[in-house]
Design a protein around this ligand. Structure first.
Ligand SMILES: *Cc1c(COP(=O)(O)O)cnc(C)c1O
Length: 410
């Protein structure tokens, strides 16, 4: 008899975005004349940079000729892309990363979920709350999260991030083996200063913790003092894995390419004999069995981001989204709402007026304005009483949504 992995049954079926779609559809049916605007989407809308498309066209042509055809690529990714990454994403910031510490992938989601394959099932886990759901659900699948009790997993340490602590998670007072940090943050759009991040690195060094650092939104940082990489902090090479993605940086959500950095110094203990094992090697071994590389065409597209034209073109898309964020920030603070994030990230995290619950405010706003947001509680218990708005929409939609909301709440 084949038995299933029972841990999957612990996962909630109600996927947040399906619930939102259901409610939005009910509204559309009863209000056919209203043009619904979604500020809930976490997907980009700007087309790819011309330099990227040109590079991918050329890569497709390469596949037509025997002498330039590419079959399986190296599992860690092509050297030319890994070299461009260490030069432009790290070297330019004074960080030394070796190309062999970089693993190209088909996007950050898979690696942030799969990385825990190489860590023991009974490590305990710390997450900031609210959180990108992938970090929790992937640990539930491993049986690492424990039982769900009152909306919280028993073996997960929740680090609340709310207006009360200025969205700075407090360092735990006990040992946590694996901690997920995502900065700039999805969903709150907030950032950590170098000093705050340093506290986490020091905690990790002292407690033998591994930090899983998701920097998918680093390209949105405007404030020069905010760290783009955890490796800007001394000692981080011993304790941190960093995930990056071209999805939000360069509109690659439909192209699929990203990378993970695992420094050579990063080790974890083996329970059997206490020896230290390098995670770079372990992940390489894992990928060798379970992954066959990102496509040649995607990697050529990613490489083009580092050309002068490519850099300029992706920056102009990011500026477009951050222009949306500025318009939203100004309009919403202008009517007295408490708005967080949105200055170094494409997300705004808004406190609901009159302490309305996230879902109640979601419905109120939908029925009063036809604008869709994401209820904060969908990202974790500390998201209750907030909503998330994204700046990934079209400028016109963003402006119209702000007009409707200010008219409603003024
Ligand atoms: C969008 C996003 C990613 C990137 O996912 P891809 O698989 O690279 O498209 C990673 N982490 C967070 C928090 C995100 O919001």
């Amino acid at each position: 008899m084949a038995l299933i992995n029972e841990h999957y049954l612990k996962l909630s079926d109600n996927y947040l975005f399906q619930d939102i779609a259901k409610k939005a559809n009910a509204f559309r049916v009863s209000h056919p004349k209203v043009r619904v605007i979604s500020l809930g989407i976490g997907d980009v809308t700007r087309p790819l940079a011309p330099a990227v498309v040109e590079a991918m066209h050329k890569a497709v042509d390469d596949m037509l000729h025997e002498d330039t055809f590419h079959g399986y690529g190296p599992e860690r990714g092509y050297d030319w892309l890994r070299e461009a990454i260490v030069k432009h994403d790290y070297g330019a910031r004074g960080i030394h990363i070796d190309p062999n510490e970089v693993f190209i992938n088909d996007g950050a989601k898979s690696d942030t979920a799969n990385i825990s394959d190489i860590l023991r099932w009974d490590n305990n886990v710390g997450i900031t709350d609210p959180v990108y759901p992938v970090y929790i659900d992937s640990n539930v699948m491993w049986g690492r999260a424990g039982r769900l009790e009152n909306g919280k997993w028993s073996n997960v340490t929740y680090l609340p991030c709310t207006a009360e602590n200025d969205f700075v998670p407090q360092i735990p007072d006990h040992r946590v083996d694996m901690i997920y940090l995502c900065y700039p943050n999805n969903p709150t759009g907030t950032v950590l200063t170098k000093n705050e991040l340093r506290k986490w690195v020091n905690y990790a060094i002292k407690n033998d913790t591994i930090i899983l650092y998701d920097a998918a939104y680093e390209a949105y940082i405007k404030d020069d003092s905010i760290p783009h990489s955890i490796y800007e902090i001394k000692g981080a090479r011993k304790v941190a894995i960093e995930f990056r993605s071209y999805s939000k940086t360069a509109g690659f959500t439909g192209v699929r390419c990203g990378y993970t950095v695992i420094p050579k110094e990063l080790t974890a203990a083996s329970l059997s004999d206490g020896s230290r094992i390098g995670l770079n090697h372990l992940w390489d071994r894992r990928q060798g069995t379970k992954f066959n590389g990102a496509s040649y065409i995607s990697q050529r597209g990613a490489e083009a981001i580092y050309t002068p034209e490519g850099k300029q073109q992706i920056k102009s898309n990011i500026d477009y989204y951050m222009g949306n964020a500025a318009i939203m920030h100004e309009a919403l603070t202008g009517i007295g709402l408490k708005v967080y994030g949105g200055l170094n990230a494409p997300y705004l995290w808004v406190k609901t007026p009159d302490n309305a619950s996230s879902w109640k405010f979601f419905e109120q706003m939908l029925y009063a304005t036809g604008v869709i947001c994401t209820p904060g509680v969908g990202f974790g218990p500390s998201g209750e009483g907030y909503i998330r708005l994204t700046a990934f929409g079209k400028r016109e939609d963003c402006e119209e949504a702000m007009e409707r909301i200010t008219k409603w709440l003024r």
